[in-house]
Design a protein around this ligand. Structure first.
Ligand code: G4P
Length: 528
């Protein structure tokens, strides 16, 4: 039996981020194949089955089912135990996507080589920056026409503000994709085109091998030599410490679909990342190798079964070992308890877990007592982790109940759903709850809210659009929002915790607020 230290040392917990269609699912699938977790590519998750009418609750549940099974995937590879956290994209993009990043120790960013840095990647990247986690870049789809690799590097640096270090370098792209040059090994891995469909063969050739020129052609050979000179002369130096602090992103070129460059990526990634890192609690850092178990809840999946109103809370284990049936202390509830139905997702199967270690993610049954950010720990060693931030919603609606006699149920329902973290609610200063402004990160959440209020609380609601596009928390302590000098279309509101925020109709309004109120600090997330 491996010791606690050995178990934790071999763990790697990372999230994969990308804009939809960049190839996240394909890459995940290839990782799983290497781990022997699946034998057939194309079976990770049926993206096509996830496309459906959002108004149908059964479909929403189905979709949630899909995101539960694909929330976390664990597999073993070369002595490592790997936890991949999926960050849902497409219509189910929501605040959960951001929260998931709070549970990861590093992130893999997949970029489509013909498109470069896209919108959703930018949003997710910003969240990674909050914690300075290492970010590895996989530039995918090199078997298709791609943009110039130097341009792509420049764009990543300019758009995301992170330095890059290419670990390998592409030779051509699309029909002319010849392979990649591995900089640290000084050799070429050649790509043998195979109609871009199934796996391709990769052969290794030394850079000074006389057959290389013939194999890739005189022109590509010359371009490669020039590129190498430029990279070595003008590029950044490789610095592992900078990688581990999220300042320098190692970049890999490849093609997930044809399985080209995936294994070298995984190997480099595993060498450059570390085992689970210490986490901050309110009194200092918690060592993952500590004998005392601790973890925090980062995501709650509500109402999988309507009849029971049950929920699954996802917990990231931060230290020690979790054992089924063990007694834990729920800090926010001030209660000792046993976690019920702990489960883990091994490849695609949900399994009851008997034990899990720091770095692992487990799902536990939640009878409605947990909130996002809650700490669970060994009763004899009480600690409290820093909470999970709340992220600025991007869509807003004015919600009110149709039947004014149902006010009580309305307030209860909407508050409970907000506490679960599915939506955020904002009120005008000194106003009641007749009408609330609801903010969501993904528009699907509006449908979920409407359905759940109707179905679980028997309240019908009216939903109206608002002119607001942006929201920012006021970070300054003790400021009176009424005294701020703002454009007439900026609204002052409060969240459930009493924090002050400003709602803006456009980005110009944000700039106005900053320009006309000296020292005003506005933030896109709230740590309280
Ligand atoms: P996502 O999870 O990031 O949304 O992307 P996903 O992996 O589903 O990939 C999106 C599309 O891009 C898929 O095609 C996939 O086959 C294709 N793709 C992924 N990696 C590569 C690659 O390296 N090269 C090429 N040429 N294509 C790649 P689709 O037609 O939308 O779906 P499907 O019918 O193949 O499932």
């Amino acid at each position: 039996m491996a010791s606690l230290e050995e178990q934790i040392k071999k763990r790697r917990t990372f999230a994969i981020i990308s804009h939809p269609d960049a190839g996240k699912t394909t890459l995940t699938e290839k990782f799983l194949l290497y781990g022997g977790a699946i034998t057939l590519a194309g079976s990770v998750k049926g993206k096509k089955t996830a496309k459906h009418a959002v108004s149908d609750w059964m479909e929403i549940e189905k979709q949630r089912g899909i995101s539960v099974t694909s929330s976390v995937l664990q597999f073993n590879y070369e002595g490592y135990c790997i936890n991949i956290l999926d960050t849902p994209g497409h219509q189910d993009f929501s605040e959960d996507t951001y929260r998931t990043l709070m549970a990861a120790d590093s992130a893999v960013m997949v970029i489509d080589a013909s498109k470069g840095v896209e919108n959703q990647t930018k949003k997710l990247f910003k969240v990674c920056l909050l914690r300075d986690i290492p970010i590895f870049t996989f530039i995918n789809k090199m078997d298709r026409e791609a943009r110039d690799p130097f341009d792509l590097m420049e764009e990543i640096e300019a758009e995301l503000g992170i330095r890059t270090y290419p670990i390998n370098w592409p030779i051509g792209s699309g029909k002319e994709f010849k392979g990649v040059y591995e900089r640290n090994k000084g050799r070429i891995m050649t790509f043998e085109a195979n109609n871009g469909q199934s796996e391709v063969k990769a052969t290794e050739v030394e850079l000074d091998d006389p057959s290389l020129k013939q194999e890739i052609g005189e022109q590509f050979y010359q371009t490669l030599c020039d590129d190498i000179e430029l990279l070595d002369g003008a590029g950044y130096e490789f610095d592992l410490d900078e990688v581990r602090h999220g300042k320098l992103s190692p970049v890999f070129f490849g093609s997930a679909l044809t399985n080209f460059g995936v294994e070298p990526f995984l190997e480099n990634f595993l060498q450059m990342t570390t085992s689970p890192l210490p986490r901050n609690c309110k009194t200092g850092e918690i060592d993952p190798f500590s004998q005392d178990f601790s973890g925090f809840i980062f995501k709650i999946q509500a109402n999988m079964n309507k009849a029971h109103r049950d929920r699954i809370a996802f917990m990231r284990i931060c230290s020690g070992k979790f054992e089924k049936g063990m007694e834990v202390y729920h800090v926010q509830g001030n209660k000792k308890m046993k976690l019920m139905q702990p489960q883990q997702i091994m490849a695609q199967e949900r399994e009851v877990v008997d034990e899990a270690y720091a770095g692992d993610i487990i799902g536990v049954f939640d009878p409605g007592i947990f909130s996002i950010g809650d700490t669970l720990c060994t009763p004899s060693h009480k600690i409290e982790f820093e909470g999970v931030p709340t992220f600025a919603p991007e869509h807003f609606a004015l919600i009110s109940q149709k039947d004014t006699l149902k006010r009580k149920q309305f307030v209860k329902g909407i508050s409970q759903i907000a506490q679960e973290g599915a939506i955020q609610i904002f009120q005008e200063l000194n106003s009641g709850m007749e009408e609330v402004i609801v903010g969501v990160v993904g528009v699907l959440q509006f449908e979920v809210l409407e359905y759940r209020l109707n179905n679980e609380y028997h309240v019908e609601i009216r939903r109206e659009g608002t002119p607001y596009q942006f929201i920012r928390w006021i970070a300054n302590e003790g400021i009176d929002p009424k005294k701020l000098n703002l454009t007439s279309d900026t609204k002052r509101v409060q969240d459930l915790k009493g924090n002050y925020l400003l709602l803006f109709a456009n980005s110009w309004g944000i700039q106005w607020a900053l320009d006309h109120n000296e020292g005003l600090e506005l933030e896109e997330f709230s740590r309280n």
